[in-house]
Design a protein around this ligand. Structure first.
Ligand code: 13P
Ligand code: SF4
Length: 311
């Protein structure tokens, strides 16, 4: 088949024939979001991963998310369109950084889900951007080690009032969110003065402070319904902007054009079709790390359950 003529419907048919369920992150291109059985933020993907009945999964996102699906589905085949799609932030945190922080402070370590499997295996708890504040506020301790994202760590510190120590510190950030400058946002705001600003917590504190809403990608989906505005500036990866436009056709969304995660964009229609038709690019995880990583993720699920009971 000529790869350029492959349509989203061709992939859907092929996935059905081969018995694959398709899971995608919100930053995927619209055509890939279209073929997915579920599209969500990291938390929704993890929760959904515990409920999959079919034996084969095609995942559209980056490596740490695919690994998480595999950890929660050890006996299922998980494949991806491009094995080189990674999250560079995950690599900023090393085993040595975590061990030396644990040596220095007697405090639990919370791993942001955008991390390696080794980081999760060393963590007391895992969290995502959607539940980081809830997870940390539910913990008994007042001092918490948190990594790798220093900006999310600062958001959690502000919201919980706890002593959050970022590990590895200044070097832990997402290049897509951290490089956005407040001036860029102010320039967009000048063009659309009545637009509200919504931002992901991976952005700098100064942008967060000028934002009307800060939340995970899926929390951003709900905000336009409650907010008293028809216009929004979306300070996160541009894939999310298309999703918001489709979800809220009566409202206007303005993107920050520089916010492109090149790794998320490595996945394409052609590569997805090839991966399913040849059933290749399987995800494997280090068996020695799976147990520890899974425990830290399950503690997150336990905490979330007790949180919803208390609420
Ligand atoms: P969400 O969990 O909010 O979708 O974020 C994932 C991510 O990679 C942000 O850059
Ligand atoms: Fe990682 Fe940033 Fe891409 Fe999210 S947007 S996957 S944090 S590099």
């Amino acid at each position: 088949m000529d790869r350029t003529s492959i349509t989203p419907d061709d992939i859907k048919r092929l996935a059905k024939d081969k018995g694959y369920v398709i899971i995608a992150h919100n930053y995927q291109i619209p055509d890939l979001q279209k073929i997915a059985d579920i599209v969500g933020d990291s938390l929704q993907l993890a929760v959904h991963a515990t409920k999959i009945n079919t034996g084969k999964i095609l995942f559209l996102g980056v490596d740490f998310m695919a690994e998480m699906i595999k950890v929660l589905n050890p006996h299922k085949k998980v494949i991806v369109p491009d094995t080189s799609a990674t999250c560079p932030m995950a690599a900023t945190l090393s085993r040595e950084d975590i061990l030396s922080a644990k040596d220095k402070y007697t405090a639990p370590f919370v791993a942001y889900v955008n991390s390696t499997l080794e980081t999760k295996a060393l963590a007391d708890l895992v969290c995502t951007s959607a539940n980081a504040v809830d997870v940390v506020s539910m913990m008994e301790e007042d001092t918490v080690l948190f990594g790798p994202d220093k900006n999310l760590a600062s958001f959690v510190r502000e919201k919980t009032g706890k002593n959050i120590i970022p590990v590895p510190g200044e070097h832990g950030f997402c290049y897509v969110h951290d490089r956005v400058l407040l001036d860029e946002i102010r320039t967009i705001k000048m063009k659309h003065p009545d637009a509200l600003i919504m931002a992901h917590p991976e952005v700098h504190e100064e942008i967060r402070r000028e934002s009307h809403f800060v939340g995970s990608t899926s929390q951003m989906e709900k905000y336009p319904e409650e907010a008293d505005s028809e216009k929004f500036i979306v300070v996160t990866e541009i894939g999310m902007v298309e999703k918001l436009r489709n979800l809220h056709p009566g409202k206007e969304f303005f993107a920050v054009d520089s916010m492109v995660c090149t790794d998320m964009k490595l996945n394409s229609i052609g590569k997805t079709f090839s991966a399913i038709s040849e059933e290749r690019n399987e995800v494997f995880v280090d068996e020695e790390l799976v147990g520890g990583a899974r425990r830290a993720v399950e503690r997150m699920f336990d905490l979330m359950r007790s949180f919803s009971v208390k609420k």
